[in-house]
Write a protein that binds this ligand. Structure first.
Ligand SMILES: C[S@@+](CC[C@H](N)C(=O)[O-])C[C@H]1O[C@@H](n2cnc3c(N)ncnc32)[C@H](O)[C@@H]1O
Length: 593
């Protein structure tokens, strides 16, 4: 967006004022980009890396540390930005009597940030984060303005908005001048603020001997625009603070918030555009009651998860996704949040950060599934407005489309990684190595931690190639026919069918999961309270009786169709299962490695 109305007609007196007062800038000149009409600083000749471009003495700075007596009553009540606005407005009011007059003359008359949008223009932002950000910022600015509007002979709202916009779009953090400053104070630095922004530009700001020096850390060609780097700012931040956006901005992000509550293990995320519509959605992971356990442990285990998160330094639940970067802390946090009771109990006894890098195949796949849900956020947009409307077109193409792109990229990374985990798990299952249940890194130190980027995209293994699921079960005609005789809707009774299939397949000497069944033959659940154990046993006995699939069926002998087999199968489901999605339907799968 070309945004600021640049007041750059004649800079002769400004340039003279800068030089007369000690600013130095050789081989650097004010100019305007003929293509974009952007005013800025340009090189007069080629400039090698490490060259000092400009130096500006502190006597040219405007900051609240200059002694302005009118500030004292407000020092404890106004924000540093409001205080600096007062200083700028004071100098502006002085007109030619101000030392800073030549500087103030060249400042833009307005900066087209959304703070200046009219009501009908604000409607174009409906449903976006920006709408929320602008409203909040405006509310606090109005409050501050009301506290100071009688100063300097009267400050109008447009005056105040102008001063604030000049500061958000041009000021530097005061900590640059005084590294011990821990406030959010800012300082206006003439000349230094003539540089436009280019992401990732290598440039150094140095404050020495009361002078700001700006040094290029890259070679600059002749007659080229010299850019500053305003920091890693997304298009939303740039539009709100500076009134412009960058095409394909590498610093665009989408914020994800993982919330962890008592009612559901992992509840929701979100932030991109339509935060209101998503903030209360459940992640759908709290389905432990149906026996499948992809991390939805009972509420009793929530404190344990909190404990693990806190000893691993993973309590910050807000994460930023970039198009080329997924924070490892988010993945580590999700690994803990999707732990089954068994995983949790084992990991509770083994403090240490390193194991958050990879817990085990089941856990990793459950974590990726949780992550996929978190990143499956609809970004609002295309609200039916004319795209020709400049503001809407910019919000749509530079903000909403970018967020969609980041989320799509993230989902594609998640698929690649899921695929890689499945491949590794399959090779582990088919390797000659002995499997040690419950197949966690903690008791199987040689388990490989998947590496994000090394999977050839052609080798796509569906999760069904790995897991034991109802689909495998119902593809076995003998088993399916026998089960259909006693269960009307097999997909509604998925866990029961899965239990029966585990018992059935355990007897199969040619089963593809033979190694798994050998490893977990005597698998006993971790200790539970007597009460829970008794209840579980009663339910299993009832199920066992009601199904009556013993010797009379074609699939089990009486020696196999026992309550102990049922208990064993229930334990396997509790410990090794995860929920995955197939054609949009949630399925339970046992991960056999
Ligand atoms: C610190 S000033 C930079 C110098 C300013 N162009 C001038 O002439 O004084 C920041 C303003 O410059 C403009 N700007 C900076 N970088 C830009 C960019 N990459 N694209 C478009 N406008 C930019 C925006 O209007 C922004 O509010």
């Amino acid at each position: 967006m070309t945004t600021a109305t640049d007041a750059r007609e004649d800079r002769t007196s400004y340039e003279k004022w800068l030089r007369d007062n000690g600013a130095k800038f050789n081989n650097v000149a004010f100019g305007q980009d003929p293509k974009t009409a952007m005013s800025g600083l340009f090189s007069a000749c080629s400039i090698p890396s490490s060259t000092l471009l400009v130096s500006i003495p502190s006597s040219l700075f405007i900051s609240t540390s200059c002694s302005y007596s009118f500030l004292s009553p407000f020092l404890n009540t106004l924000s540093p930005r409001a205080l600096l606005s007062l200083c700028l407005l004071y100098e502006k009011k002085l007109g030619p009597d101000s030392f800073f007059f030549p500087y103030i003359e060249i400042l833009p008359k307005n900066v087209l940030t959304p703070l200046w949008f009219k009501e009908e223009e604000m409607e174009l932002l409906e449903g976006t984060n920006l709408e929320v950000g602008v409203k909040k910022r405006k509310e606090s600015l109005i409050k501050e303005w009301k506290a100071i509007r009688d100063l300097h002979g009267g400050i109008t709202w447009p005056d105040y908005l102008w001063a604030v916009s000049i500061i958000t779009s041009r000021a530097f953090p005061y900590s640059l001048v005084d590294p011990s400053d821990k406030t959010s104070a800012e300082v206006l630095i003439p000349l230094a603020d003539a540089l436009n922004h280019e992401p990732r530009k290598k440039i150094l700001w140095k404050y020495v001997n009361d002078t700001l020096e700006i040094i290029t850390e890259e070679d600059i060609g002749a007659c080229a625009q010299i850019f500053n780097n305003y920091g890693p700012k997304s298009n939303e931040e740039l539009l709100l603070g500076y009134g412009f956006t960058i095409r394909n901005n590498p610093d665009d992000w989408v914020a994800i918030k993982v919330s962890f509550s008592n009612s559901s293990t992992l509840s929701q995320t979100q932030i991109p555009s339509s935060s209101q519509t998503h903030s209360d959605d459940s992640l759908g992971l709290d389905n432990s009651s149906d026996g499948s356990s992809d991390g939805s442990s009972s509420p009793a285990h929530i404190p344990s998860k909190n404990y693990l998160l806190s000893i691993s330094g993973l309590t910050n639940t807000r994460h930023f996704l970039f198009s080329d970067y997924i924070p490892s802390a988010l993945l580590a946090q999700l690994r803990i949040l999707v732990m089954t009771d068994t995983e949790l109990e084992l990991y509770m006894n083994a403090a240490g950060k390193h194991w958050c890098e990879f817990v085990g195949y089941r856990n990793e796949l459950a974590m990726l599934e949780a992550f996929r849900e978190l990143a499956s956020i609809e970004v609002s947009g295309d609200g039916g407005y004319e795209l020709e409307h400049e503001i809407y077109a910019i919000v749509n193409s530079q903000i909403l489309s970018r967020q969609k792109y980041i989320l799509e990229n993230t989902l594609s990374h998640v698929s690649t990684r899921t695929n890689m985990v499945i491949s590794l798990a399959l090779s582990e299952l088919h390797s000659s190595r002995k499997l040690y249940p419950p197949f966690l890194k903690i008791n199987n130190a040689t388990l490989k931690t998947p590496v994000f980027s090394s999977l050839p995209s052609s080798s796509v293994n569906p999760i069904t190639a790995l897991v034991i699921s109802i689909d495998n079960a119902m593809n076995d005609k003998l088993f399916a026919d026998a089960v259909r005789k006693v269960i009307d809707n097999v997909y509604e009774e998925e866990d029961v069918v899965l239990m029966l299939y585990l018992i059935y397949e355990r007897q199969n000497t040619t089963s593809p999961w033979r190694k798994f069944f050998q490893a977990v033959d005597g698998y006993i659940m971790m200790a539970e309270s007597d009460k829970e154990e008794k209840e579980k046993r009663m339910q299993i006995e009832q199920l066992h009786r009601s199904l009556q699939l013993g010797a009379t069926s074609s699939i089990f002998s009486d020696e196999v169709y026992t309550i102990d087999s049922f208990i064993w199968a229930a334990n396997i489901i509790d410990t090794f299962s995860l929920t995955f999605y197939q054609d949009g339907a949630a399925r339970t799968g046992i991960v056999p490695t």
